[in-house]
Design a protein. Structure first.
Length: 378
């Protein structure tokens, strides 16, 4: 299939110039052109792999395919191929748990940030946040001790918020069959969910969304919206500024051991301010200085300019309970494009407010080597 490359301006011009009686048809044609162009690389890649797969009968793993269960094939027949008339157009058709599990496992390794999240198992609707508090004491077992243990466990409902996006399935993909449709759906769902979930983890305001790392769990909540944490200004990532102003919060004034700290900032701040604060210029170029703490640097576009987040790994709990496709009457004019509103249900929040410190790095200084001189008396 050869895809004719057109600019958005070309498509809008064609749409505006179309006769009134052809507007509806032209809208479909225009959106189809946009969809084809959007997925042109993926479609061409799939078609090349499909031809190689069909000719050589190579195993599925080489092409990222997998054997589908009967439930998954039935879901594709109903939701993608639309060969099942049981849907009324007023319901959400949920993906099979096996499909969700595959997408979920891919999600956990898709972004560097996700590797430092405490993920609840896929498909669970309620999970529990547990933060060890107090200390063990000798004595008789009493109800007071049990109450204290129970007080440290807090439920997190994973089925209360939904992340929505649109998905277009090109007809060329549908014609390839079950395994390729499954691969395409998983690829697209992974892409649209990666960014949305990351945004929720970083900046979610708590209102029909996760509570992000930038938010203050103990702040004044207005109509379900959590306020931003007050940023702590630092001028270096060493003991003088970061160590003095940030570590006492993260280590709870010495009551908690802290080793690895994840520093999250947008890519530009990492490439400029943070790079200069962690590297020194030598005759052989820039050399990374050894940190006195084990810092891991992760880029996220959802951290604002001049800000960074100091985060303790695995202290943010996130989970996905289910994924579905919403068939709505509002999108019926796009049915021939195989257009879907996709929904991902999940939630997330920190286990404790002091697991994160938001940093103001506006005045973060470049690292300069300290040269000491010593006078030797003859």
């Amino acid at each position: 299939m050869k895809i004719d490359k057109k600019t958005i301006e070309d498509l809008v011009k064609e749409l505006n110039e179309a006769p009134a009686e052809q507007k509806s048809e032209k809208i479909i044609e225009t959106i189809q052109s946009i969809v084809d162009q959007e997925y042109s690389g993926l479609i061409n890649q799939y078609q090349k792999e499909f031809e190689e797969y069909s000719a050589s009968k190579e195993n599925d793993k080489k092409f990222g395919l997998r054997s589908l269960t009967e439930a998954e094939k039935q879901w594709i027949d109903r939701a993608i191929k639309q060969e099942d008339s049981s849907l009324t157009g007023k319901e959400i058709d949920y993906l099979p748990e096996t499909t969700v599990s595959y997408i979920f496992e891919d999600l956990k390794t898709a972004h560097p940030l996700f590797q430092y999240i405490d993920w609840a198992p896929a498909g669970v609707q309620k999970w529990f946040l547990s933060e060890r508090s107090g200390k063990a004491t000798w004595g008789k077992l009493t109800r007071a001790i049990v109450d204290k243990i129970e007080a440290g466990i807090e439920p997190l409902n994973l089925d209360v918020n939904s992340l929505s996006a649109f998905m277009f399935v090109p007809k060329a993909i549908i014609n390839m069959g079950y395994k390729w449709i499954d691969k395409f759906v998983r690829t697209v769902l992974l892409e649209v969910n990666e960014e949305g979930i990351e945004e929720g983890i970083i900046a979610g305001n708590g209102k029909e969304a996760p509570i992000g790392l930038l938010k203050d769990l103990k702040g004044s909540v207005q109509e379900g919206v959590y306020p931003d944490k007050k940023a702590v200004e630092i001028t270096d990532l060493g003991p003088d500024s970061f160590g003095a102003k940030v570590l006492p919060t993260l280590n709870r004034d010495g009551k908690r051991n802290v080793d690895t700290i994840v520093i999250i900032a947008n890519q530009n701040e990492i490439d400029t301010k943070i790079y200069k604060a962690t590297h020194v210029l030598s005759f052989n170029g820039y050399i990374k200085a050894d940190n006195y703490k084990n810092f891991v640097y992760v880029a996220s576009p959802f951290v604002p300019k001049n800000k960074a987040i100091a985060y303790l790994p695995k202290k943010y709990t996130c989970g996905i309970s289910r994924m579905g496709i919403d068939f709505s009457d509002h999108y019926k004019f796009l049915e021939q494009l195989r257009t879907y509103a996709i929904l991902t249900y999940g939630n997330g929040r920190l286990k404790a407010n002091d697991d994160v410190v938001v940093l103001d790095i506006t005045n973060l200084k470049a690292l300069k080597p300290i040269v000491q001189t010593e006078t030797v008396t003859p």
